[in-house]
Design a binder for this molecule. Sequence first.
Ligand SMILES: Cc1cc2nc3c(=O)[nH]c(=O)nc-3n(C[C@H](O)[C@H](O)[C@H](O)COP(=O)(O)O)c2cc1C
Length: 185
Amino acid sequence: MNNPIMEAILSRSSIRAYKDTELTEGQLDALKKAALASPTAMNRQNQRFVFVTNKEMIEKINSAVLDGVIASGNMEFAERIRSRGGRILYSPPLFVGIFAMDGHYAGVDAGIAVENLAIAAKSLGLDSVILGMPSAAFAGEAGRELAASLGVPEGFEFRIGISIGYKDTEKEPHEWDESHIIEVK
Ligand SMILES: Cc1cc2nc3c(=O)[nH]c(=O)nc-3n(C[C@H](O)[C@H](O)[C@H](O)COP(=O)(O)O)c2cc1C
């Protein structure tokens, strides 16, 4: 199919290992535009997109996930994370955290924005993985402090994140089941 957007959609897969190569200003700029161009219910745009390229901060968020899981008392989950080497963000050159104010469509809006970022990344020769687990890093008082240290205003909650960079592994796109399409003709 000679359509670059369909190509990006169909070839995207979750990548969980990245090369230690920084993104260019041009790539970062395009990704910021992709986030801001995402539609929101009633055009509220009640979102903040935190673009983290600081390696220490990326690792700090990564460790805060495990701390948050331990603080929640879910020791089985904490052990599973530890047994996987504590890798949550997968050390990318860019992590984007999407924060939004409460609202009926807050999660939907964030989901749309994160997919915009994933497809934009693919189109720029980059790969990504969408991440829900960082929510543990932004829970409770410690999580609020971490969000504040990133510049997230009061009232904005973490919804979803995405790690983006040059892939250092391969993964085929997931298989699907055609029967999940219901046609009404
Ligand atoms: C809302 C959402 C949250 C996700 N959270 C995580 C996560 O925390 N960690 C992770 O490694 N992958 C996460 N993923 C990636 C999914 O596991 C992945 O998209 C799914 O297995 C399909 O594989 P594919 O993306 O390669 O097609 C998440 C995906 C979505 C859509």
